[in-house]
Design a protein. Structure first.
Length: 754
């Protein structure tokens, strides 16, 4: 039942490996390890509990791909690290000692595979007086950069890269600087950022009124801004590059079940899990495509099977809380006070396809609302049943929950992004629409392999319409919605993310939010041609419909900013004549990734090319270490040189033979340093193309004019281009998808948020 792509992702990221990085665990062994570890807490409440029976039930649920827990649980359950939580929130108090304590705590969490959320709203404004030293405060954004640098240092060695959420209240005096702090995509790049909006601010923005800025140190007014101007500035920044997102703080705290413990100030890195300081949450998702049954030739939900799966999943996630080895004592204590879990879904879009319901229809949103109500009510019922034998969560009596029905868990449901999990499960991600229906993979011998959404393929074959020529056209155009030769009912159902209006994205998010305890992680995808007014309307609609936050992405927007660098100066004047400027990175490339043994581990080198020749090189170090910053610097400079017309032989000549001391100590290495390895990989790729008769022999590369972008060619992984989309996975070179409030790669499982 596990696809080959899923096995590849599991082998690369999840299975136990030996010192040489080779898996020593099977996929089935992984699920057995996890099931047995998570079954053991049953004996904390019943010494005679049949944990083998429970473990088998958990194993069956996972191997049938009906339910999967979050990635840290799959990676670490039953292993010495034992850290099973996906997300944490840490407080950032207004003192130097507290700030750097939070940095240390975040580093420990990132090392263990978790992501962290912070509110920087308690830090005093930039330029305010520091009484203890007589100096002036540098403000929250400067400290965010320190957190970012710490994350950069820690993430090099882990199996999951560290990710952060940074939040600032809209009434903080430094809010305008915060909104613009990621205008340069190279800054604070280990953070997602969101502005914490209040109901009062949104009402003032609607009326065009001014509002007070509050100094967090003195709690007094420190100026006024026009709310509509600030709202428009948030919209403009999000339109430019997708950040900041927004969260509605009053709504997070409206659903805070233990308000006596303080306010909820922040969420995890993808926006969907509001938490109190030092809380963690353990997430898992039900694969909805496995909850369907065929009746009279039509698919519908099997509500009895879904109920049984929900019951087992809640039991599983409650056990995770006890099986977990938390990175900090405070997190252990606070998490167990509320025992929050977050059960969500994946495969929603695929399920709609199987039921022949268009994603962007009223029928779909109504069904989504009905489905989530059923999941939440059933989950709460199981939580209440667990409370009868295990006791309610310790803070239940002071909670806002109905006292007549004690619950084991303060919250039960969350809609999280399921990028890698959905690859393993072989379904669409979370509650997102399908991003693309046809991908083209390049095989090493130069042949192409089509990968078609199995639901679309089955439907086309059933109607006698399937052909490789048609699929290649779908790969090129990214959608079937405008192919007039296909039946209207098929085009109406098989819509992709960019066929769906932003308003329909939000309506679907709101439908699931209505019956979700925590929040819904989802990205509203805009076409590149979308206007700022379009973004503003979506934000306003999300506020009216009861969403707790919004993340948007306008197709191709982030890379537009990068491509503008070097073309036009900030003052709008053209660049001086005579300066050699590298041609823009093409929309579509092909490439090869090699693993090379170096003196201190493995180096993964990707060389990408288009019809003009090699245009890009990037590297990734293996778990053992290496010199990642030096390798990255070399690869970046090589890439710029290649796109500036410098011939390959000159670059290879400069890099080849450079020696590193670490290679001297080891016998049998085929390279003398990282630069030497990069040079040899470039040379091999080039010579291979020469042998195929595609490029001229070394040393000359003919100069050609820059071509216009041509969507529809394949990426290094073979996946199709979408017009204007120019994000590539830093690990495998495949196209990245913006979904679930984050960025992920469906080729190798890479995720920006972990």
């Amino acid at each position: 039942m596990i696809s080959q792509n899923a096995r590849t992702v599991l082998e690369r990221r999840y299975l136990i490996k030996d010192e040489d990085g080779k898996p020593v665990e099977t996929v089935e062994g992984l699920f057995r390890r996890v099931a047995q570890a998570i079954a053991q807490p049953d004996r904390l409440y019943d010494k005679n509990a049949d944990t083998e029976k429970t473990a088998q039930a958990f194993y069956d649920m996972m191997t049938r791909l009906e339910f999967l827990p979050n990635s840290p649980t799959l990676m670490n359950a039953g292993r010495p690290l034992g850290q099973l939580s996906a997300c944490f929130v840490l407080p950032v108090e207004d003192s130097m000692e507290a700030i750097f304590e939070a940095i240390k705590q975040a580093a420990l969490i990132h090392k263990s595979g978790g992501g962290t959320g912070f509110s920087f709203s308690r830090l005093r404004r930039k330029g305010s007086t520091v009484n203890s030293t007589g100096g002036v405060a540098s403000g929250p954004i400067s400290f965010m950069k320190v957190f970012n640098m710490a994350t950069e240092a820690v993430k090099q060695g882990g199996t999951r890269r560290g990710a952060n959420m940074g939040i600032l209240r809209v009434d903080h005096p430094d809010i305008m600087e915060f909104i613009d702090c990621k205008a340069d995509s190279r800054e604070i790049n280990n953070f997602n950022i969101s502005v914490g909006l209040t109901e009062a601010f949104m009402n003032a923005a609607e009326k065009g009124e001014d509002y007070d800025l509050i100094d967090p140190h003195t709690k007094k007014a420190a100026g006024r801004l026009n709310a509509r101007m600030v709202f428009d500035h948030i919209v403009d920044a999000a339109w430019r590059n997708g950040e900041p997102g927004i969260i509605f703080l009053d709504r997070l705290n409206r659903d805070n079940v233990v308000p006596g413990q303080g306010e909820i100030e922040s969420t995890n890195p993808c926006g969907e899990q509001p938490l109190l300081p030092y809380e963690s949450c353990n997430l898992g998702s039900i694969n909805l495509t496995k909850m369907l049954r065929e009746t009279g030739g039509a698919c519908e939900f099997d509500w009895d099977k879904l109920r049984a799966t929900i019951t087992g999943a809640v039991h599983f996630l409650d056990n995770v809380i006890d099986a977990n080895k938390y990175p900090l004592e405070q997190i252990d204590r606070v998490t167990k006070q509320t025992r929050k879990i977050g059960l969500g879904v994946m495969g929603w879009a695929d399920s709609l396809l199987m039921m022949k319901i268009p994603y962007n229809s009223e029928e779909a949103t109504a069904l989504g609302e009905k489905l989530m109500k059923f999941i939440t009510e059933t989950g709460r019922a199981e939580s209440a049943a667990l409370a009868e034998t295990r006791g309610a969560f310790p803070l239940f009596e002071e909670s806002t929950l109905p006292k007549e029905t004690p619950r084991r868990n303060a919250t039960v449901t969350t809609i999280a992004p399921t990028g890698t999990l959905s690859i393993i499960a072989g379904c669409s991600s979370g509650v997102e629409p399908v991003f693309g229906y046809v991908f083209i993979r390049n095989i090493m011998d130069g042949t192409e392999m089509l990968e078609v959404n199995p639901i679309l393929k089955a439907e086309l074959e059933k109607r006698g319409l399937y052909s490789e020529a048609l699929m290649k056209r779908v790969a090129k155009e990214g959608t079937v919605a405008h192919m007039k030769e296909l039946p209207e009912d098929l085009r109406r159902v098989f819509v992709s993310a960019h066929d769906i209006s932003p308003e329909d994205h939000i309506r679907m998010q709101a439908a699931f939010q209505k019956y979700t305890d925590n929040a819904v992680s989802k990205t509203v995808n805009f076409a590149n041609s979308a206007t700022r007014e379009d973004v503003a309307q979506v934000y306003s609609l999300a506020f009216r419909l009861g969403c707790k936050g919004v993340t948007i992405y306008r197709d191709g927007s982030r890379n537009e900013q990068v491509l503008n660098i070097g073309k036009v100066r900030k003052d709008g004047a053209p660049e001086p004549e005579g300066r050699i400027m590298p041609r823009p990175r093409p929309d579509t490339v092909m490439g090869v990734t090699e693993r090379v043994k170096i003196g201190c581990g493995n180096l993964y080198i990707t060389v990408n090319y288009d019809d003009q020749g090699i245009c890009e090189v990037f590297t990734n170090t293996g778990k053992a270490g290496g010199c990642p910053s030096q390798s990255e610097a070399t690869a970046r400079l090589v890439s710029i040189a290649l796109r500036s017309g410098i011939d390959v032989q000159s670059i290879v000549h400069q890099l080849k033979g450079i020696r590193c001391p670490s290679t001297v100590r080891q016998q049998g290495l085929k390279c003398t340093s990282c630069p030497d390895a990069i040079a040899k990989t470039i040379e091999r790729v080039y010579r291979r193309q020469v042998e195929l008769g595609k490029w001229p022999a070394l040393p000359e590369i003919p100069a050609r004019p820059n071509p216009a972008p041509q969507p529809g060619k394949s990426f290094p992984s073979g996946e199709p281009a979408v017009a204007g989309q120019m994000h590539f996975c830093p690990e495998c070179g495949a196209k990245l998808e913006h979904e679930g409030g984050c960025v992920m790669c469906r080729q190798c499982g890479y995720g920006k948020c972990g």
